[in-house]
Design a protein around this ligand. Sequence first.
Ligand code: ADP
Length: 498
Amino acid sequence: MFNKILIANRGEIAVRVIRACNELGIKSAAIYSDADKTSLHTRMADESCYIGNSPAHDSYLNKEKIIRLAKDIGADAIHPGYGFFSENADFIKALEKNRITFIGPSSKSVSLMGSKTEARKLMDKNKVPIVPGTTEAIESVKDGLIISKEIGYPVLLKAAAGGGGKGMRKISSSDEFESAFEATKREALKSFANDDIYIEKYVENPRHIEVQIFGDKHGNYVHLFERECSIQRRHQKIIEEAPSSFVDELTRKKITSAAVAAAKACGYYNAGTVEFLMDSKKNFYFLEMNTRLQVEHPVTELITGLDLVKEQISVAAGNNLSFKQSDLKINGHAIECRIYAEDPSNNFLPSTGTLIRYIPPSGPGVRVDSGFDSGSQITVHYDPLISKLVSWSDTRESAISRMLRALSEYVIGGLITNVSFLKIIIDHPSFRKGEFDINFLNDEFMQNLMSQADIKYIKEIERVSAIFAAILKSKSSINKLHAGQTDSLNHWQEQMYE
Ligand code: ADP
């Protein structure tokens, strides 16, 4: 096993990895930027090292500095979390050269799956069904028009190096092709420094179903069942659950076998996720493989009883997988909500500032993976994810009741969050019945929502938060508030959020 693990990340995922290190008796080393000097992960690790200015490219994305630091402090492995360097083949290669173990897959698997066109080619060759479309980048508008006609509109133009829901454009007819082609290329170049784009059939109203897989360095593979992540806004997941209420036993068998075949095809080891779109007839198509730990891994942990981060560390150290496929079964149902500091009534604009008061929910069947606590700052520099709230129960229905109870208990003062918005979705009759697809939160839904009485609640929170912000602005920090004033703020705030 390792002696010391450097965690090349921040926020809730850094805290999650620190917890796994603590349980394994491995020393943890955190890195932090200016903005994270007093962050939870910085305080929780056995050792914390300053890495640079707040912008990510000066700190969490400074490859040379991170590797040098790992060597200086004697870390024998690096856990990348998700985002930042988690899917960066050059970073993994540099670690290989410096004899530091990367807690994740090989650079080869990451490169293979990093290009959506290469991944599609490989899957096609290995009989994993892919969304109809091209496996090569489109060279010209003329070629694209011919191919789109063959596939049949609507089609989706996608960046080969895409991620995070960016670099995708739906085209409904040939008239729209040329301008969409140019715009998608421009966006791809800007976001991913690579303007290769390809075409996929636009699958109408599918569900997003993904399979957690795990491999070790000795050629053993397992799947950890599926997760459903169809509740998305602008192609970004907000609510995830396991198992999917849509997947029956036979479909589960087929899709999990396809996922294991996908993992084998790229010689994968460590934790990975194979993502699929599933149509109303339960046909499924490979979308992409994420070669890292997913944000939504806790729902899988809760239904399998496994600790995926500890398993990642063990597999990276060269151990065999600690379980076999036949040891695994689905136990109950788990749902995860991503808690963001953002304003649903103002186009989900990130809400930055101080978490004046932070009391996460607890009680039976509730897990909160937080990166912050009272007094923490949410800044403009990083993703405004505050935490992941996860509920578990023996049935989906009772996991929903628990989630609603937990969302109602959440006390987050000083910032606008999406908690009320999440409550509305979780309590929606269609969500409760499991009748939804990736377009559930479409424009129509959002417009209806904004005109409903429910949104008044969100607007009220916004109003109160704005007053908080104004009060805070007039003080240099929460610590300087008079004790009496803080108490009355807390009291007021509690009433609003409960
Ligand atoms: P990213 O890597 O940016 O996350 P993905 O290829 O994983 O992109 O797709 C993200 C989401 O975009 C999917 O979950 C789905 O909602 C939507 N999407 C992607 N491809 C298609 C498609 N061919 N048809 C319909 N929706 C799609």
